[in-house]
Design a protein around this ligand. Sequence first.
Ligand code: 5AD
Ligand code: SF4
Length: 442
Amino acid sequence: MNFADSEVVNSILMEKGMVPVHSAEEADVIFVNTCSIRENAETRVWNRLKEFRSLKKEKQQLTVGVLGCMAERIKEKIIDQEQLVDIVVGPDAYRDIPNLLKEVEDGRKAVNVLLSLEETYADITPVRTSGNGVTAFVSIMRGCDNMCAFCVVPFTRGRERSRPMSSILSEIEQLREEGYKEVTLLGQNVNSYKYEEIDFTTLMDEASKRNPEIRFRFSSPHPKDFPEPLLHLIAERPNLCNYIHIPAQAGSDTMLERMRRPYTRENYLKLIDRMREIIPDVSLSTDIIAGFCDETEEEHEATMSLMKIVRYDLAYMFAYSERERTLAHRKYEDNVPEDVKKRRLSEIIQQQMSIQEKTNEKEIGRRHLMLVEGTSKRSDEQLSGRTDTNKMVIIDRKDYAKGDYVEVEITDSTSATLQARPIRKSSIKEFSQREQEAVVPG
Ligand code: 5AD
Ligand code: SF4
């Protein structure tokens, strides 16, 4: 989400004649786009700002700004105490940045952390300066109304609002013209996307129909109201990826209730079963929090067992980090000792790694359509990319290039990556036809 927001800010700044540079040393203005989701995200921002302090000492006219979720929470602290920052801008105030920069030129500190009920930056075309030129994020909504007990997002990003479908579709069209091959539609809870009569399934339908050679992903849906028609659409449409990120957070009803996640373990597992019935080879990932308030050993075991039953292809796993203003902060105590949190998290991670290792092993011999995203980190002679099911794949470079769809056969695996033999360049349409022919008997 922040990645996408930074691209909106790029656009606003470049409109005013500013140009991006390659290093902090070359810059006249530095913005740090911040995240408040967990304590360690904020710690990293503070460290980054301290690094810039020495640059500020060398270069008097250097302006440093803080954007995003941390803005509201720490505006006073950031400006008064630390002398690190000249500008503070919340997630709904990016249009005001040029004015705020002027205030700084006049020798003042500048702050705008107002949240909005309407702002979606719909008319601003993001400028993608740091991506790979192949995969892009497109923001379809902002804010969140869910109020999960642990989560600060509703407070930092405000109320939920959706961006008009027409502006989303025209951004995608422009990406296609620029040669992008994969789009991830982003929102805090995409199933509640609603603009006039358009719901999320309709949006996915339109986007994928109009751009058959772009592959689409989305993040994140909420398990409480996942629309079943979307599952059928994913099953039918070759360019809707067979991959769903479906955050569970925890595996017991008691914990889900404390977390204010309005679904039960049983409902969640039923949803997973439906996903697998309707999209047989669907790949699944999740978010899990270990050590939330009052977590018992039984509740932890229930989370472990849920993960074992579902056998996720990928999981993002976190230790609970208390955030001010959240329901949990006001109502509960962050009372699971740090060592217990760490131990539970490491059990969760270990189990998940061993599941991934086995699941990925089963991929050996299978064929996938890989989208090449660039040169592999390990070797210039190899390319990396992902399957439709969102698994990282490495192939020998040969004559293939960034942006190619390549049919590959998986030859080796680890818990995190697949190695593959490239077979031929393809298109989404050709690959899906070959796959269909392969399953027709005779
Ligand atoms: N502590 C730990 N993890 C959190 N998340 C959100 N808030 C917290 C918190 N206070 C996790 C959730 C969410 C993901 C984006 O971050 O799992 O789905
Ligand atoms: Fe946070 Fe819950 Fe909203 Fe996700 S759905 S952003 S976890 S409040």
